[in-house]
Design a protein around this ligand. Sequence first.
Ligand code: HEM
Ligand code: HEM
Length: 187
Amino acid sequence: MNSSDAQSPTKTLRVWDPLVRIFHWSLVASFATAWFSSSSRDDFHQWVGLLAAALITFRLLWGFIGTPYARFRQFIRSPWSVATYLVAIIKNSEARYIGHNPAGGFMVLALLAGIAATATTGYLMTTDAYYGDDFMQELHSLCADGMVLLILFHVAGVLLASKRHKENLIAAMLTGKKREATDSDVN
Ligand code: HEM
Ligand code: HEM
């Protein structure tokens, strides 16, 4: 190895494609806007909520035809793998994954399903069948509150993984790049 190799910056790998990144930050913006506009008098709340639903629809499609790390089959793992991974986190011995780790993959599904449920119940409240229906309003409110809880766990998971693997995962969701895999990482 010559001296220039020794000083070369850490090699990176392109992981999150531009559409995944645009999807992610647009979803964050639309969810937050829907949350804070829930008592708006006009249709604004409904439109941003529907935008979140459209983003989820795109992501479901992209999970089948998208780039390698965006595909569901790359990061959806069995409940057993998720449980084993959570135990490894407790023991401080979890592997670094280049794509979503097993717990993160499960969280992605939960977040997508949670937003779909929130938007569906919200939409139903605007239909003739459920207009003014207390139960649907309760359900919509419960879905939205449940999402906030999931998001807190999601962000906590991101911060924990960033700390454990000494890698800024938030920056990776902005640039798309992560540190190259070593032999002990799962690709
Ligand atoms: C409304 C709030 C949020 C929602 C609904 C949400 C949803 C998601 C979803 C669906 C993914 C999977 C991305 C994909 O494969 O398409 C993801 C990943 C990710 N999110 Fe969020 N997110 C939210 C807030 C945040 C915030 C505030 C941060 C930063 C502090 C963040 C950081 C990340 C990171 C770093 C990943 C990649 C995780 C990994 O490396 O496996 N998210 N998020
Ligand atoms: C996915 C993002 C969404 C979030 C985070 C969200 C959140 C909320 C929250 C927190 C409330 C207040 C509930 C309460 O007062 O207990 C609310 C009310 C409501 N939402 Fe949503 N919502 C979303 C999407 C939608 C969509 C897509 C629609 C319709 C197309 C919709 C229609 C409504 C309606 C009609 C109300 C009742 C407003 C009122 O009290 O007059 N929401 N939403």
